[in-house]
Design a protein around this ligand. Sequence first.
Ligand code: GAL
Length: 803
Amino acid sequence: MKIPLNDGWAFSPAFTDEQVSPAFDDSGFERVRLPHTAVETPFNCFDESVYQMVMTYRRHIVLDDVYPRQAVRLTFEGAAHAAEVYLDGEKVGEHFGGYTAFTVDLTGRVFPGKDHLIAVKLDSRESLNIPPFGHVIDYMTYGGLYREVFLDITRPVYIEDSYIRTDRILDEKKRLRIDGRLGGAGSATGVRNAEHSIRITLMDTDGTEIAAPGTISCSGESFSAEFEISGVELWSPDHPRLYVLRAELENGESLETRFAFREIAVRSDGFFLNGERMKLRGLNRHQSYPFVGYAMPASVQRLDADILKYELGLNAVRTSHYPQSRHFIDRCDEIGLLVFTEIPGWQHIGNEVWKEHAIRHVEEMILQYRNHPSIFLWGVRINESPDDHDFYSRTNALARRLDPDRPTGGVRCIKGSELLEDVYTYNDFSHTGDNAGIEKKNRITTRRDAPYLVSEYNGHMFPTKVFDDETHRLNHALRHARVLNDLYREPDVLGGFGWCMFDYNTHKDFGSGDRVCYHGVLDMFRNPKLAAAVYASQRDDAPVLEISSSMDVGEYPGSVRGEIVAFTNADEVRLYKNGRFIKSFSRTKSRWDSLPRAPIVIDDFLGDQLDDEPDLPRLARRVLKKLLLLIARYGPAHLPARALALGGVLIFRYGMSRAEITGYYTRYIGDWGQAATVYRFDAVTRGQVVASCEKRAMRSVQLDLRVDHTMLCESSTYDVATVRIRALSDAGNLLPYCMEPVILETDGPIELIGPSTLTLRGGMTGTYVRSCGTAGAGMLRVILPGREIREIHFDISIGEAPS
Ligand code: GAL
């Protein structure tokens, strides 16, 4: 029986020895629910010291149905960062490291009907001698019991672990292997010496039995068996088929493990899934959110996986720089998003004690996550740390012992580093905007036989705020396009992970002075920047069309807009000006010719409009068009020499005055003084318009609210809906310089995470709506003062009653 323990905790941001005692009066403590953050923070401009403290959590448990000699285990899925666990005042466990789960055995200590006190002393100070601490870190590490807690109550002997492996998956008869371990309430109950039989059942994820391959007999604590299975399907990003293996002991205790049939191979010539080559296209993801740091429940964790796959069209993610919520990884399994996960750490390797913790983290990470089919690579180095032969020989050996089927990697930023792993994973920050996107593999490592993966690119090389000017936002996007293109071009690169999915709060040493690294292709609320469209346009399941410009020339120095770019998965983009067809643009002679869906450059806003000037001779029209396009691209002050020649022809051959040329420019390019210029862009695939957008002067502002779900359901803990808020023009275009306040009001059994007054940043913001343990109807009112008021209605239901 699994009992969630997420409600009813008492919390104090301080610790004293008495606070772990049942006699201590905690009525002055704050009542909290898990996931919980030690402190709620502002959006930005706060110091990393605010979440560093030694804190106390207390919770009473009364278990009516625990019988003597039952096994009772208490699991903390994430306690940042060093925890001591007390039962009735007595220390029963400890754990070092905030990113992996740990279990405390309470067997024999818990009695029916008795009021027991669980107390946790939790230390979130960055002075701890455990990873990732010891030097600087480019992300905030927060603190708190920020993942869920549960109790497992079982018969004295139970199945503690099962590790499922598959082999010969391309044959009709596939191999399935299970290695398991029994747990039990000590040798007295006969775990070690008794004979046990374990029945194995293969099931669908809905519990339907598919096959009963056999029963295993075992004596002692561990068991293993191999079976042949036919008629099952493979797991892949396009078809993420999952199965469940149920192992059931003769005493009725069982363990169900979700897994899949799939095979990964990393070679110097690529990444292969089920024998097929695939280019890995991913981003790095931190696990942080505005206001609550790491503390978000299942639905919000799962949403990030959906955003990566369905909004950004990616096939992979790296969980930089630590193992992340099982809810996130579960969702990656379900939707087919490949995961590179790694041990906690950032650039620094500590002393021997510190290293032992890191070794422990390798073990915990692999034991806790190795049945997830989405995980294809273990990162067993501290991100960007120097070589350390002995240390990394140990992490690699341990990983290979615990999971012989998955390759190891280890993210470094040094060239020619010692390769102890299976994959040379390298952060390539060489792209500066006007050079190659990545360096050649042979300049990074002499190990030509090694599989090679780019684990990070861009990031700090070009921080980009949602409210940066259009040129900056476009350059950011084009840097991502350039690197992505070159990742595709190089056959000996498995793929890459851009830095990074979204902006994140960081330490004083990094970021833009407000404790934010603006490195994301999304903002902190997961609203897209333009660069997101580079990735989104690689999808092929839905039409994508994003135009890099608002078409307002006043945004540009000297009103020179230059060329613009369409990020689209369509074949061509047709431009219309005030309803008149100008030109169709495609990918012929693309600068990004290796990219499946390269950006499309739009550099002619004139088309054949000069035909409307019948008084101009045909040749004069052609010369004038060339000149106007050059002025549009470079501006009158920086024209190339050929423009002067063209001007000369117009003036001397056709007798045109400078004023006349300027007049044509104003009319056809400058767009000034026209009643209203409307640009329409149609994305066209196989002759059909699949998406369209209009760029024209804004007249009014409207709210665009994107809510991920409105049926909030509490099962093991509270639920949270995310609301992404944007200010759009009446034509539906983002207004990046609309920075007005947004006021939020709620009604009913919901509450906001974060402040009730926000400001639009770059025309965007967001909020989170949390259920509060009561069923009913809730309402969020979003007010853009003086402009618009909108309401979102929520239904809150309470599933399994929290104990
Ligand atoms: C890398 C590092 C990341 C992040 C990134 C910024 O060196 O691994 O955590 O700091 O730089 O571009």
